[in-house]
Design a protein around this ligand. Structure first.
Ligand code: FAD
Ligand code: FES
Length: 255
C-alpha cells in the first residue's frame, strides 16, 4: 500500500523552536494507519514547488483524525509551509515507508535535530516504561522537545553540546553506560548521519539490535523514481529509502 492522498485542514500551527514549527492536520485515514517511523509526503500549497516534501509523523490522534508533524525551515518548501494558516488545507500522501519495531520490552530511542520527531511518535505509542529516550541538541533552545514527551517513558535523557541543559556532550556519549547498566532489547536512531553511525556502532558493540531511520532527498516517495537510494551493506546495490525504508536494520545499510 502506497498510502492515501488526503487534503487535510490545518488545525494547529505553532512556532515551537529555532526555525521549527509544529503542525496538526486533520487527516483521518492517515492518522488511523500510521506507525512510528513512517512519514507523510507533503505538497506545499505553492505552485512553484512541484515535488512533495517528506516529513516524519510525530504523533497521531486516531480518534480526532489528527496527524502531527514537526518541521524545520531549511529551504523554500519548508519556508512556504511556515506561512500556512490554521484553516488552510494541506495535500498529504501517507503514511509512507517502513516503521520501527515496537515489540521489544526495552527500547532506547535516540534522536537528534528534527530526527527527534519519529522518536516522539514511538514514545507516544509505547507502553508504560517501555522506552528510554535520549535526545540531544546544541543548546537549551534546541531541546524544547523534552516537554513534548509523555510521562510514561522509563527515562528521559537530554544532552546539550554547550551544557546549558541536561548532560553536557553529544547524545551518543551516554549510550555505552546505558547499554552496560540496563538490559536493552533494541536501539532506534534518527538524526544526523554521524550520530546514527556512532550510535549503531555502540549498539553493535553492546550486542543490541539497532534500527536507523535514513534521510534522503525524495521525489515520488513511493519507490518509482529512484531519487532516494542508499547503499546496501552487502554490496548488492541499493535500497530505496522511501519504500524499503526509511527505517532499516542498521546492519543492512551503509551509514
Ligand atoms: C523520511 C524523511 C523524514 C523527514 N522528516 C522530517 C521531519 O520530521 N522534520 C523536518 O524538518 N524535516 C524532515 N525531513 C527533511 C525534509 O524532508 C527536508 O528538510 C525538506 O524536504 C526540505 O525542503 P525545502 O524545500 O525546505 O528545502 P530545499 O530547498 O529542497 O533544500 C534546502 C536544503 O536542504 C537540503 N535538503 C533538502 N531535503 C533534504 C533531505 N531530505 N535530507 C537532507 N537534506 C535535505 C538541500 O540539500 C538544501 O541544502 C525528512 C526527510 C526524510 C527523507
Ligand atoms: S523518492 Fe522516488 S524512489 Fe524514493
Amino acid at each position: 500500500m502506497s498510502g492515501f492522498v488526503e487534503k487535510g485542514i490545518i488545525r494547529v500551527h505553532n512556532h515551537v523552536g529555532p526555525d521549527i514549527w509544529l503542525m496538526q492536520i486533520e487527516l483521518p485515514r492517515i492518522a488511523k494507519e500510521a506507525k512510528p517511523g513512517q512519514f507523510v509526503h507533503v505538497k506545499v500549497n505553492d505552485p512553484r514547488y512541484i515535488l512533495r516534501r517528506p516529513i516524519s509523523i510525530a504523533g497521531t490522534d486516531a480518534g480526532r483524525g489528527i496527524v502531527e508533524i514537526i518541521y524545520r525551515i531549511v529551504g523554500k518548501g519548508t519556508e512556504a509551509m511556515s506561512h500556512l494558516k490554521v484553516g488552510d488545507t494541506l495535500d498529504c500522501l501517507g503514511p509512507l515507508g517502513t516503521s520501527f519495531d515496537m515489540d521489544k520490552d526495552h527500547i532506547v530511542g535516540i534522536g537528534g535535530g528534527v530526527g527527534i520527531a519519529p522518536i516522539l511518535f514511538m514514545a507516544r505509542a509505547s507502553r508504560e516504561g517501555q522506552m528510554t529516550v535520549v535526545i540531544g541538541g546544541r543548546n537549551k533552545e534546541e531541546v524544547f522537545w523534552k516537554d513534548l514527551f509523555p510521562k510514561k517513558v522509563r527515562q528521559m535523557i537530554v544532552t546539550t553540546d554547550d551544557g546549558s541543559y541536561g548532560i553536557k556532550g553529544f547524545s551518543v556519549s551516554v549510550l555505552p553506560k546505558l547499554f552496560a547498566e540496563e538490559k536493552v532489547d533494541e536501539a532506534c536512531v534518527c538524526g544526523p548521519g554521524i550520530m546514527m553511525r556512532t550510535a549503531a556502532e555502540m549498539a553493535k558493540e553492546a550486542g543490541v539490535f539497532c534500527e536507523v531511520s535514513m534521510e534522503r532527498r525524495m521525489g515520488c516517495g513511493i519507490g518509482t523514481c529512484l531519487g532516494c537510494v542508499c547503499d546496501r551493506k552487502d554490496g548488492k546495490g541499493h535500497y530505496k529509502v522511501c519504500a524499503d525504508g526509511p527505517v532499516f536494520n542498521a546492519e543492512e545499510v551503509v551509514l
